[in-house]
Write a protein that binds this ligand. Sequence first.
Ligand SMILES: Nc1ncnc2c1ncn2[C@@H]1O[C@H](COP(=O)(O)OP(=O)(O)OP(=O)(O)O)[C@@H](O)[C@H]1O
Ligand SMILES: [Mg+2]
Length: 369
Amino acid sequence: MSKDVADQKREAYLRVRNVTKKFGSFTALRDISLDVYEGEFVCFLGPSGCGKTTLLRAIAGLDIQTHGSVFQGGRDISGLPASERDFGIVFQSYALFPNLTVNENVGYGLVNIRSSKAEIAAKVAELLELVGLPEQGDKYPSQLSGGQQQRVALARALAMSPGLLLLDEPLSALDAKVRVHLRHEMKELQRRLGVTTVMVTHDQEEALTMADRIVVMKDGVIEQVGTPEEIYRNPASAFVAEFVGTMNFLNASKANDEQILLGENLLNLDEAERQKLNGSPILACVRPEDIQVRNIDDATENAFMTTVKDLEFLGSFCRATLCYGDEGSNINADFSINLVRDRNIIPGAKIRVAIPANSLHIFPADTAK
Ligand SMILES: Nc1ncnc2c1ncn2[C@@H]1O[C@H](COP(=O)(O)OP(=O)(O)OP(=O)(O)O)[C@@H](O)[C@H]1O
Ligand SMILES: [Mg+2]
């Protein structure tokens, strides 16, 4: 049985059902339903204002939904205040108590459950070890770097061994290098502890590298739920295609039930895409890295001639602008530096390229990106 099928058979650890959240007359979340399985790492991904934080806060009980229900571990927690729910949370801003030491910050929740001093000290030491900050316990937050403060916040969130770990953009205030480093550390820690985790981010790279599944949101609704690979390879809408990764959006039209016309070139579609061919004009989508140049001849499927208009050096690869017809009929293609050298790809050169049918997606031309 595949993991997906197995997941469908067992009950989700966190179930969100038909959640709507209104702020006055403004609807921030519209009829959201979602399952998160035990031990999963799920990311809410979407542009600013799409409702990610609002949904996380509804799950935490920090902001109760207007309609709908939330279940955790089979229990209906829809109306419970945050203090009676079982989660740990980390926010974007470190939110540590500045007047308490690292030890006191991490042990804060433990004091409330009347553990003995020795027990608390042992647990705090264990947690600091876990987040890679042993022997920093006597420092104050202001004596730590941003990355170290977020590790303390993570240790504090994990202190009560919560059933659910909620993270709201925990890495976005950090500089790029620390962010990438902590991304791996947090993912590794989550995997080791097996704690069910929901993380909010607007950073697609973060979501793609950390999540088991990504929930792409837009304007208070879910656009798509899937593994990083599904979201990247088979975007369900033009919006998802645009938001995750880089995508060419090309004006095309329906030629027949199996093919589209891109400029004067007939391109074959895969079966799944053919089903979407009901109207015309359409947007044909292909990722720059999926455009092929090696071993292409007249018999290659979806091959056509292009002229190199421009070449942009981007470090490890080049992005070429290729013209396949009239002025403005341009497509971006990413080529390795070696390929550019071997094939003498320079502005003005004519090259034959191909778009494999399984890399070609179509959407109605009037869909919002
Ligand atoms: N307390 C509030 N009162 C009124 N409107 C709110 C409130 N909280 C959020 N909103 C609105 O709800 C929408 C969703 O906000 P939310 O904070 O969930 O977005 P987000 O996806 O987390 O964005 P960001 O990436 O900028 O953090 C926004 O339009 C926001 O202005
Ligand atoms: Mg937010």
